[in-house]
Write a new protein. Sequence first.
Length: 550
Amino acid sequence: MAIKEVTQSDIRDWLIAKVADTLKCAPEDIGLEESFTSLGLDSLSMLMLTGDLAAWLGRDLHATVLLKHPSIEEVAELLARSGQGELELQKPSSSREHPLPATLAQERLLKHASLPPERDANIVNPRFILKGNLDVEALRRALAEMVSRHEMLRTTFALHEGTYVQIVHPTGPAIVEEVDWTAEDSTQTEEQLLRRARERVMKPMNIGALPLFDTTVIKIAEQDYRLMLVFHHLLCDADALRVFFGELGRLYSAFCKGYPPALEPLEWQIADFAVWEREWLRPEGEPYQERLAWWRDYWKMPPKELHFPFAWRQPPTTIPSRATTRHGLVPLETKERAEAFARQSQTTLYTVFFAAFATYLCDRLGEQEAIVGTYVSDRKRMAAGQLMGMFVSMVPVRVKVSPDSTFREYVLQLRGELDELSLRRELPFEKLVEHLQATGQEVPQVQVVYQHMHLPGEALSLEGVESRGWLEHGQRLETSGLSLSTVSSPNDLDVWMSFDGLLYDPDEVEVFLQGFVTHLQALMNEPDQWLADLKQGEGPPEWENMFGPG
């Protein structure tokens, strides 16, 4: 990729426009010497901005560029006068003739799957309704081109000499199943579709054999189709899906028009990134040791174990599924208030909702301190930005909630905490645990996880075809504990709790979940009220027995 030749003024103008677009404000409101955090960007937003800036410049940038040079003027001056060598990653030499290491994020998922390694159940299943003149052959060719372009879509995994490795296979055709239901009884179609979708997402994949990605196209009637894509979670995360849908749409358009593919070749593949990552974060190296020392200090005297009120009082004799979910819907007015509050507080919806969950969790459990894990993406380097694969890792956050603060004050406190953690996020939590256990230091227990996802209005765009989501995007991920997810789309804010049905009572989890929705509404109505005075609202009778007086 050619490196863009730009002046300091060019970089300054690009940053002003990008930050203004991110914050939804006028460019003239952006101060050149004001820090990015003062402008309203948190650590996650700055990491995303770093990736976009790297892509625009055509060169890799260190993740800490915006943190070490915290204003538009400083960054513009630095990049205008710096040579590319200091800021770029060097692609390693990595032959595909032998197994290559999995990324650290993939290794975590491989280790934590509760099923045997060869039959894992972490499935991601985007599904769409397609209306129009779908060219199935062009779609098949576009999918085959994606398999050729992204090694990750033709990679399997194995345990080799005690280490998880990825094995890249030669390119081949995409697995596309075509189903014609035009002759079926139309009154039964929706029921059949729902059953087929559920059966597919519940079917485990063999991570040691291809395919770990396949597609089903079901024709219901003329110009009426259903599209199901199935990925193993090792192959994709939310950012990877955005890459996939964008490139698939461009390839489909080219093949429909008879043009050759016009996507720029990828300089890196995920196997290259894994080799680089292992070398950069080797245990004897400075980056590893610096992060290890910081995390060891951070986790001195960790908070005590949490006892959830919705745990089974008596173990159930039978449960329908260990991987269980419950759903809540936040009123649109509350979502809009949260967006306005985030802008006023110069932070993101992720931080606002994380803070809401932290305050709710501590209040309901009668604690002022807890450990909450959160999933973060490590795509801040340009080398990883356009790749398929899973770059998500879990970062444990030590949340400290004082009833003598307002919610607005706590949001700012949490934002600072997350900024600090973002600088050391590359060290996998599992590596820290191994070190703490070996040295006898108390190990923090992550019993609950929070994550936020944003779904764009139109994820998949195929030329000449109307596309919209069909059902919810399916997902079957192995669940061994408890997680709460907020999912934001243009018109909705959903809340999901995923949990182990063997550990937690679904009915009481439902009560807890609906209580969180009520809590979030109260916070957005009165964000400057003291947390100690905040009323949870009228809940069901179970609240009194489960949690005591509100």
